[in-house]
Design a protein around this ligand. Sequence first.
Ligand code: MOS
Length: 739
Amino acid sequence: MAYIGNSVSRADGRAKVTGAAKYSAEFNDPNLAYASVLSSTIAKGRILRIDASAALRVKGVIDVLTHQHRPPMPDNDQAYHDDVAPEGGSPFRPLYDGNIVFNGQPIAVVIADSSEVARGAASLVRVEFAPEAHATDLEREQDKAFPLSNDTFALMPSKPRGDATKAFALAAVRHDAEYFIPVEHHNPMELYGTTVIWHGDGKLTVYDKTQGVQNVQRYLCSVFGMKPDDVRVMGPYMGGGFGSGLRPQYNVALAVLAARALQRSVRLVLTRPQMYSLSYRPGTFARVALGAKADGTLDAISHEAVAMTSQFEAFARKDTIWAGALYKCANTTFSHKLARLDVSTPGDMRAPGAASGVYALECAMDELAVALKLDPVELRNRNYSDRDQNADIPFTSKALRECYRRGAAAFGWERRNPEPRSMRDDGDLVGWGMATGIWEAIDNLFTVRVALTANGHVEVTCAASDLGTGTYTVMAQVTADLLGLPIENINVRLGDSTLPQAQVAGGSWTASSVANALDNTCAELRAELLRLAQTGPGSPLANSGPQDVVLAGGSIVSKRDPTISVSVADAMRRGNVERIERQASNAPSQDEKYARNTHSAIFAEVKVDEQLGVIRVTRVVSAVAAGRILNTKTARSQILGSVVMGIGMALHEQTLTDHRFGRIVNANFAEYHVPVNADIHDIEVIFVDEPDTIINPLGTKGVGEIGIVGVAAAVANAVYHATGKRVRDLPITLDKLQS
Ligand code: MOS
């Protein structure tokens, strides 16, 4: 294999850096109108009156849509459902009626000749609200949280095992504490944006910032009663997603609404502050109790999560499942509750459920290690489980021991003095902490089409989205290897709803799924090429079967005797065709005999200025076991980005709400802190060999999310080691170290 498993630069790299790769708000039309959203300034209540007359008097303003002035929309809330919508619940219906259910809710859309006029005129729309008492504070509402029930949720916590309460009471060493993960927002560079091209005959091309063009297409057909042939949804490139583009957001619904109202092309881009009225990681309280024997063997694990959701949808992810899967323990209990707040519905944000749940679990493990006076790596090795304890099934592969070993070696962990505040560097306190990461390795159904022409050029197509993660690149690599052609000959097209079927790009499943789909498709192409090569008399491959040949160097080559071959061009000439095309899917395994996961071990070094409390993460080593790595460069970049995001989670990120108004007060890049270059120092990524012959034919797992899981815990544990102070509520800001 010339490409699979190697470092290959991004196929779309040049297009990205030269601006040739257009984002959804960059597609143009000569007759484009610009839409701007006006957002609610109350969290709950009703709109009594909207007066758009001043806005309509502005030169260049075309129309102002409100719930009272808009084309018809369905009143059946299930019409607004999408592939990623929470089970049950009632999806948000933008501009549907005068009820306000969250602060920042879109209440009017101003359409004008330019985006500046639209935005300026939006400020002239007068709105009279009838506010009602709202609740946006999870801390105050957590006692009213309701447990996930079997009727409405497939994502139930795992079943309890043994008697955790009794085992905890009897344990020689105990740890029981509450951790807090605040609301965090996705902040991809690209804003939520939609450009709708009106084709005149009612047909639309919709460029949308989405992780699933076919999901958006189905949503639009359902909401607007359009036929699939009349709505083509495209999003060939994205400036980052992190989960924010999994669901169709209100910008796409409102842009299409406006285009249909005006019968013309419309662009709608949300502002950065408006992005905060959508999708975010839910604020969560996590209580973890661990009981162990004196030797560190776990006897009891309890993990209770209380997270926030909206009034209209119940969003939850598997926060507690990791505590059940990761460590050997006979007595466990889990619970997951949701508190309804007057907020927009939370959403998936990189490793949803795990980034939060494993943060709490892995800080608790560190605290237990301190109580036991045991090395934190040793504690994890003593409780290592070769089986997923939740279902008591083996993993398809699990090279986590090797992650601990290689990560610790690269970090120099054996030089750690376990005593807090014992290590210093030039006056700074030095802390070394570690944590485990775990995520799912799920394949989902994807279909790809591969078209090969006689000159050895290939077009690969799939509706899948590339968030910027490397989907174009790995698809080109895999195809080039499987067809034995140079990668320059492979042209990949993605992000178009008319292309072969794709699930949303999420859950770290895309690269693995499309690679295995390509494996099947290219096998069909190889068989067809062989059939063509055997056409007519005197074929050198007359006696070969599909398994007896490989494609290499632009030829069909006999495995038994590599001197026997037929070039692709000759094969097509023999068969009298110029082009062959095949379409096939991967076959995601449905069996429940195995657990499918990626794992990691993260080691972090912090340096803390004792006077100022400033924390710097000076080194991180992340050792990852994720099956066969398709591209060491793009995969490493995924882990690097994840570690940066994990450092942000540990030290910087939090969405703050002024609960008097139920309004987010730091909805911008100035006041919502994410790590910048100066915050990031050495990050070393190690991919541990993890052969996996069970998970899928190529032995691949995904790497988009595993990199963030456990990072915040490793940093928090390092901060404790440096300072002797345990901060359990994220982010660990300097004021919390001083108090
Ligand atoms: Mo990911 S949070 O499934 O885009």
